[in-house]
Design a protein around this ligand. Structure first.
Ligand SMILES: *[C@@H]1O[C@H](CO)[C@@H](O)[C@H](O)[C@H]1NC(C)=O
Length: 201
């Protein structure tokens, strides 16, 4: 092959190679596409809809502009009384400034929230005397975890894996919908009061 012939071969080869790279870059085969169903494909927390304790849809856009404390609750946990007491204190103190508590009953930790939605609501209202409304019972881990919790865990991974470890894990969301903090069950609501004040501005 002389120099001219080499060049004639080289250019189409380069062009073909480049085209292939571009094609696979734009159309990745399914094996390397994101097929993880544990992930939730939403751009913002405000694209997510949850259900209240009546079973009615609540779009989280309702909370745009508010600081949110999102908690998985259980009625029969060693942390229950302290958490409800302190969540009530925070709610009464900061609600007027744009603070909301989104509490989701969950039975995945020690089966400490076994009741129906109706029973949970009765306990939460009459025994635990929550000042804030609660939402429908959900799963926070696993394939059928609530899209909200899939999103929260994506945004803020946990220590030793992203899964929620126990009742009363806490997430803070700022006024623009960013998940800013994640706390373990052992962090009590009043321990994060300063952070809430900071986000309220
Ligand atoms: C929750 O319990 C309170 C107090 O008993 C009651 O007024 C309210 O209607 C209940 N909500 C549901 C959905 O059962």
């Amino acid at each position: 092959m002389n120099r001219f012939q080499r060049r004639v071969c080289l250019y189409p080869t380069l062009l073909l190679g480049f085209s292939l790279v571009l094609f696979f870059y734009r159309n990745p085969p399914p094996s390397i596409q994101d097929v993880d169903h544990s992930k939730v494909n939403v751009k913002s927390i405000y694209d997510i809809t949850v259900k209240d304790i009546h079973g009615d849809d609540v779009n989280l856009r309702t909370y745009n502009g508010k600081v949110l404390l999102i908690v998985n609750v259980a009625s029969k946990c060693g942390f229950t009384d302290l958490n409800y007491k302190e969540m009530n204190i925070l709610y009464e103190k900061y609600r007027s400034q744009g603070f909301e508590i989104l509490a989701f009953p969950c039975n995945q930790f020690g089966e400490q929230e076994p009741g129906s939605n109706f029973e949970i609501n009765e306990t939460v209202c009459k025994v635990l005397k929550a000042k804030f409304p609660i939402f429908e019972k959900i799963n926070v881990n696993g394939e059928d975890a609530s899209p909200l919790y899939k999103y929260l865990k994506e945004q803020k991974g946990g220590v030793l894996g992203d899964s929620i470890k126990w009742n009363f894990a806490k997430f803070l969301v700022d006024k623009n919908g960013h998940v800013t903090q994640r706390y373990a069950s052992t962090t009590s609501p009043l321990q994060i009061e300063d952070e809430i004040k900071l986000l309220l501005g």
